[in-house]
Design a protein around this ligand. Sequence first.
Ligand code: GDP
Ligand code: MG
Length: 175
Amino acid sequence: MGKLIKKICLVGPEGVGKTSLIKRFIDNSFDEKYRSTIGVQISQKLIELKPGQSVELIIWDLEGFDISKNYPMSYLLGAATFIFVADVSRPNTISELASIYSRILANTKMDVAPLIAINKIDLISVNERETELNKLKSSTIFSSASSFHLTSAKLGDSVEEIFNSVALSICTKND
Ligand code: GDP
Ligand code: MG
């Protein structure tokens, strides 16, 4: 079988930590300073799930998705799937993400179900995390998402997990 190369996109409101999640995954580093992403930045990483099962992820880091603007949907073309990101410390980013989510679902075709990452969990207590996760699981807004993950780009929690989970669904689909 030829090498599997797939595009994925991280989308979500501005400042939720999309760039930071990618940076943690690619370089295993974190930057406290906020540098707004302009347009798109592309990174790539080969993920080897097990011998003979690997995928090269081409990761598109998109500028904060402002639903009031005419977003360039063409950036999203050809993505195998999406990681939708919100910030747990700013609950409004979760509702904004819900609109972004339904808009993208209505306008794109993906190979595998998208994934939701609620980032910056280092800013809330362990008890609050449980409540947050249960709230998300019972909400119907993200109905077709495959899974919810509470992440911290700062500490690294569940960062490998989200990208590996995407790689696994892509590999399984293309087996
Ligand atoms: P983007 O606009 O979605 O790409 O967001 P950035 O990755 O640029 O992050 C925005 C700000 O949030 C930066 O100041 C980051 O340092 C900070 N940040 C990102 N992820 C985390 C996280 O997991 N925890 C905390 N505490 N801050 C974070
Ligand atoms: Mg960014």
